[in-house]
Design a binder for this molecule. Sequence first.
Ligand code: SAH
Ligand code: ZN
Ligand code: ZN
Ligand code: ZN
Ligand code: ZN
Length: 455
Amino acid sequence: EGGGAMAASGPERPGPGALALLGPAPGAPSCPHGPALLFVKTSQGKEKGRRFYACSACRDRKDCNFFQWEDEKVSETRLAAREEYNSNRQPPFTHRQNVDRYKNFVLLPLSKRRFCQECQQLLLPAEWDKHSDHQFLCGITTAQLKSPSQLLYPLENKKTNAQYLFADRSCQFLVNLLTDLGFRRVLSVGTPRLHEMIQSKASQEEEFSVRSLLLDIDFRYSQFYTEDEFCHYNMFNHHFFGGEAARETCRKFLCEENGERVVMVTDPPFGGLVEALASSFKKLMAMWKETEKEGDDSKEMPMFWIFPYFFESRILDFFPSFSMMDYQVDYDNHALYKHGKTGRKQSPVRIFTNLTPSMIVLPEEEGYRFCTVCQRYVSSGNQHCEMCNSCTSKDGRLWKHCVLCKKCVKPSWFHCNNCNCCTLQKHSCEKTDVGCFVCGKAGHKRSACPSLSRT
Ligand code: SAH
Ligand code: ZN
Ligand code: ZN
Ligand code: ZN
Ligand code: ZN
C-alpha cells in the first residue's frame, strides 16, 4: 500500500508520550481525509518537541498512517505518489453518481432491490454478478431507504469512527426540543439518526416543517441523500470533500431566512481532539455569521454539542457562552450508556448549548425538575447546594460538599490532607503539574484519565 511505503521511507515517528495539538495549519499537507493537523510531542522536562503532521480523522494508524515532520523535505516523487494515493482512496462512486443510482434503484420492483452487506452498497441488477459471493439483503423497502442508519451497520472502530446511535427516546426528545424552540433548519453534524428522524417526520407529518442537512464523514450516507441533504465532511479539520459546491450548500443552508431559526447539533466521537472540533465549529459559526447582515454582533449561531460531562471544562475553555444540561443522552448500541434506574450504568453524555438554560425543558416523567435558583432543569438526584449556590452534581448522583475544598465533590471522594484536595480513596499522593490531555486536570496523564476509564 502506498501510504505504508511512504511512511516507512520517512523518518522515525515519535514514540509514546503526551501529544499536543497545535491545530490546523495553513499549507498543511493532505491525506485522504483532507488537510492533516499539526501536533507536537511534549516530553516532561523538555519545553519544545519536534512538530509533525498527522491525519485529523483517524486516531488509529491502521486506518490512516499519514505522517510528516513539519520541517521534513518531501521530494517531488513522494508528493506525486501521495497525491495518487489520496485520489485512489476516495470512494468508488461520487455523490452525484450515488444520487443517480438511487433514482434508478427506487424504480426497481421490490424483488430486484438488493443491498450488499459486505460493500454496504445498494446494488443495481447489472452489478449483481460482481457481488455474487457477498451477503445481501433483498426486497429493500422505501421505509428501509428512509432509515439508512438501521440498514447500514454502525462503524465500530473504537478510535476512529465509532458510531453510537441515539436511542429512539433521546432522538425523539431532541426533535421535540428543537421544534418547541421554534427551529426550522437543523445542521446535523455527525448525527445521522437525528437527520433521519427529521427527514421522515417532514415527509409524513403535514405540519412538521423542519429540514436537516447532514454533515458526516461516513460517505455511505451519500447513497440515500441528495447534495442538498448530505455533505461529506470532516469535522476535525472542517474539510468538505465535495469542495466549493458542498461548502456553498452548507453556507446557504445556514444563511437562509437571514440566518434565523437555524440550529447546529453535533455528536462527535470523543477521542480528545476537543480543540480541533472547537476550531471547526467556530468556522461553521463564522459561516453563519458572514451573511447575518442585520442584528447585533455578539449573536452566536445556536448550537447543541453532545459530549460527555467530563469534557465540560474543555468545552467551556473554547465556548465560554455554553452551559451543560443535565439531560442524559442515551444510545442504542452502547452497553454502558443505557438509561439508569435498572442497575445499569447511566449515560455520561450531556448536551452543551449556548441557548439560555431555562429554555431547555427536560422531561419531568424521566425525573428532571426545575431549580428556580439555578434557573435550569436538573437531574432528580442533583440537589441544590446552599454553599455553592448551585446544583452541583455532574453525573446525576447526589454529590457532597467539602468545606476544605469549598466545593461539591463526587460521593465516592474523600478529602486527602496530603494532596490538599478531594480525590479517590485509592490514589498515590504525588503530583505532576502537567494537565491531563483529556480532562485538563493535573495529577494524572491521559492514559490514566479517570474520565476515559468509564467509556
Ligand atoms: N448519536 C448520533 C451518531 C453519533 S456517532 C446519531 O445517532 O445520529 C458519531 C458520528 O460522527 C458518526 O455518524 C460518524 O460517522 C461521525 N464522524 C466520525 N468522525 C467524523 C469526522 N471526522 N467528521 C465528521 N463526522 C465524523
Ligand atoms: Zn487520514
Ligand atoms: Zn440549583
Ligand atoms: Zn457545594
Ligand atoms: Zn476536599
